[in-house]
Design a protein around this ligand. Structure first.
Ligand SMILES: [Mg+2]
Length: 217
């Protein structure tokens, strides 16, 4: 495997998608499945990519306000042998094209294939990049020179929120799309430190508020 986007034993994927990313800015970290695209249970076929209503518009709004937008996604389906990085790349290409058609872009993507029940090469318990660990957030923050303390994460699982808390983000927001409805009961039990943890219906509902409050210029 020589794909330059893969490293650390080919279980981690890090890709900058834009050259003109503003530095020193807070970023919007997004889980992919259940937040940007409909949860499809181990999404591996580009034909199954369905943008969640309002997601592209929310991302475009951040793009227009010089807020880098990043996807961070656990991909244990690779560890489990359900699909491979080629399939992941094809899904990403479809997602990026769909977003572009709506005038939106992701500035970077990070993905982690490692899982504690994976097949040999990808069997790594508690890998630093796999959410709820914050490794993907830190890697992208280094890559894009992000202001983490003012950054926000939106996810649909407890593990997403825990990763954002571990990274010391300003705010973590659980959406009720994807798995979000069933995960919301965990929110009161998360230890958040200085991170604000809240819930909302979907990604499209939160960006206008963030731009008017946390990220007001
Ligand atoms: Mg998800």
């Amino acid at each position: 495997m020589t794909d330059p986007r893969l490293f650390d034993g080919a279980g981690c994927w890090l890709e900058r998608l834009a050259t003109d990313v503003p530095v020193g800015r807070p970023a919007l970290f997004l889980d992919r499945d259940g937040v940007i695209v409909e949860e499809a249970h181990y999404l591996s076929n580009p034909a199954d990519v369905r943008l969640i209503a309002g997601a592209a518009e929310a991302i475009a709004r951040c793009n227009g306000s010089r807020i880098p937008v990043v996807a961070i996604t656990n991909q244990s389906g690779i560890a489990r042998g359900y699909y491979d990085w080629t399939d992941f790349a094809a899904v990403q290409a479809e997602l990026i094209a769909r977003l572009a058609a709506a005038g939106a872009r992701l500035d970077a993507v990070a993905a982690c294939a490692y899982h504690d029940t994976g097949s040999d090469r990808y069997r790594v318990p508690g890998h630093a990049w796999r959410k709820p660990n914050p490794g993907m957030i830190h890697a992208v923050a280094d890559l894009l020179q992000v202001d983490l303390a003012r950054s926000v994460l939106v996810g649909d699982k407890r593990s997403d929120i825990e990763a954002g808390i571990a990274a010391g983000l300003a705010r973590c927001i659980l959406v009720r799309t994807g798995y979000g409805c069933t995960e919301e009961e965990a929110l009161p039990y998360l230890v958040a430190g200085t991170t604000a943890v809240t819930a909302t219906d979907r990604l499209g509902d939160v960006v206008a508020d963030l731009l008017a409050t946390d990220w007001r210029a």
